[in-house]
Ligand binder design. Structure first.
Ligand code: FPP
Ligand code: MG
Length: 458
């Protein structure tokens, strides 16, 4: 058996014996099947959905919005990225996240903030901010008393619920290790269409995502992340895991201070879902067979894992955004559907890029999934027409030549095209979910994210 970094690094978590046979509740299964069943059973490719506003129109509209707000005029022929709609807001994001992560323990402070110094895509906070703006223009729920709360009145999101004496009750009674609450002030951006609670939610999504990356890099024994040394390489596994835990702790505090139980429930569920998805990923199929056979359940299992591992954070944070903005129930559902479908498209494209781009462009090792023993969509679709892949999937591509053979069969099949088509179906569904929202630059920005997801190379 070829030795692999992922296994060598592992310990308990990665041993086959530790792999559970079934970890999914019926609820999770039902939730996911509702999402994926129409796609799996129709498995038709729909051409990209036509939108009322073309990408160029969206860019121009966003550009007009930006330039009327004091930005210099662009040179003729230069397009403007609609993501700049929330560009100003995003500038505050990393700064605020570092404030949320402040610790009096210098080493913990350093490791916890480590991934905030490298260039992340900030996809999740970006979506929360765009969704905040897009839903701000839609009808509000008149039945929620807080529908009239202004930005100023939301200063409570930085205020502790318990007594600060309790929250910093280091024992023995020396100076507290935690950052004082006062440090969290000054988080407010400028856009009146984004509530402070929604801005804080954007930060929380990035904290949860970064915590999962810290842990994921330990599990995958990753050497690099975002083209730099991974935290585990830099500081060792123990500190990387503990820093991830610390991020979750601070995210939980910030979440509690939003003082919205439904939002707390959603985001706490996301954290559990991330772990469930990662557990599912310890196996390639629901069965424990040595040489599994491809069935429809193979794709269902993969998509369920994909939802839990990636789409759950995006879907539930989009839902939480609409809830914090006191949107009407139909808008809450639309935001949720957008996030769920975009999240699935996002991970399918990620799994496709692992086969199609090189490591430099990808910003992380390409071709890593097979090396880690993972069978993702391109391989699963190739398996359908190449039964010999079953044995390789069953033994997680661990025999010499398995990875190369699997790559060859994927390249000779239509696995990549099928993955792209399925991702496009989800991206189109995400775009369709936005139909209910009034036209705005932010809505165009969300639509543009569907296109960017499909076109991205990293
Ligand atoms: C990246 O996957 C990892 C995730 C999307 C989720 C990882 C989740 C955990 C490790 C569970 C623990 C969760 C928390 C919140 C502490 P990838 O390996 O496919 O992507 P990569 O190539 O970017 O590493
Ligand atoms: Mg990884």
């Amino acid at each position: 058996m070829r030795s692999r970094a992922v296994r060598a690094s592992s310990g308990l978590l990665l041993t086959r014996q530790a792999t559970p046979t079934s970890i999914c509740s019926q609820c999770l299964r039902d939730e996911l099947l509702l999402t994926i069943a129409p796609v799996i059973h129709s498995r038709k490719y729909h051409p990209s959905r036509r939108r009322d506003v073309s990408p160029i129109g969206a860019a121009v509209s966003a550009a007009q919005n930006l330039f009327t707000k004091g930005f210099p005029k662009p040179p003729p022929g230069v397009s403007v990225d609609p993501l700049r709609i929330v560009g100003k807001e995003l500038k505050f994001l990393t700064k605020n996240i570092r404030k949320l992560l402040g610790s009096g323990h210098p080493m913990l402070d350093k490791v916890a903030k480590y991934y905030t110094w490298s260039e992340g895509k900030h996809v999740r906070p970006l979506l929360v901010l765009l969704m905040s703006q897009a839903t701000a223009l839609a009808p509000r729920n008149p039945h929620t008393h807080s529908s009239s709360i202004s930005s100023q009145q939301q200063s409570y999101i930085s205020e502790p619920i318990s007594s600060p004496l309790v929250l910093s009750d280091a024992n023995p009674d020396t100076s507290p290790l935690t950052a004082p609450a006062a440090e969290l002030e000054g988080i407010f951006g400028e856009d009146p269409n984004i509530l402070p609670s929604q801005r804080r939610l954007a930060e929380i999504t990035e904290l949860i995502h970064t915590a999962s990356l810290l842990h994921d890099d330990v599990i995958d024994n990753a050497v690099t992340r975002r083209s730099s040394s991974s935290a585990n390489t830099q500081f060792g596994n123990k500190m990387a895991v503990l820093a991830g835990d610390f991020l979750l702790g601070r995210a939980s505090v910030a979440l509690a201070r939003l003082r919205n139980p439904e939002v707390i429930e959603l985001l706490a569920t996301v954290i559990a879902n991330l772990v469930e998805g990662e557990f599912m990923q310890l196996k390639n199929t629901a069965s424990d067979e040595r040489s599994p056979v491809f069935t429809d359940d193979t794709i269902t299992y993969y998509l369920q894992k994909t939802y839990l591992k990636t789409a759950s954070l995006i879907s539930k944070s989009c839902r939480a955004t609409a809830l914090l903005g006191n949107s009407t129930p139909d808008i809450v559902e639309a935001a949720y559907s957008y996030g769920r479908n975009l999240g699935l498209a996002f991970q399918l494209v990620d799994d496709m890029l692992d086969y199609t781009v090189n490591s430099v462009e990808f910003g992380k090792p390409a071709g890593a999934d097979l090396e880690l023993g993972l069978a993702t969509a391109p391989l699963l679709f190739a398996w359908k027409s190449n039964p010999e892949l079953g044995a390789l999937v069953g033994r997680k591509f661990e025999q010499p030549g398995d990875v190369e053979r699997a790559r060859e069969l994927v390249a000779r099949s239509d696995g990549i095209e099928q993955t792209r088509a399925l991702a496009q179906e989800y991206a189109d569904k995400a775009a369709a979910a936005l139909d209910i929202l009034p036209d705005s630059d932010a809505k165009n920005g969300l639509l543009d994210m569907c296109e960017k997801t499909m076109k991205r190379r990293k």
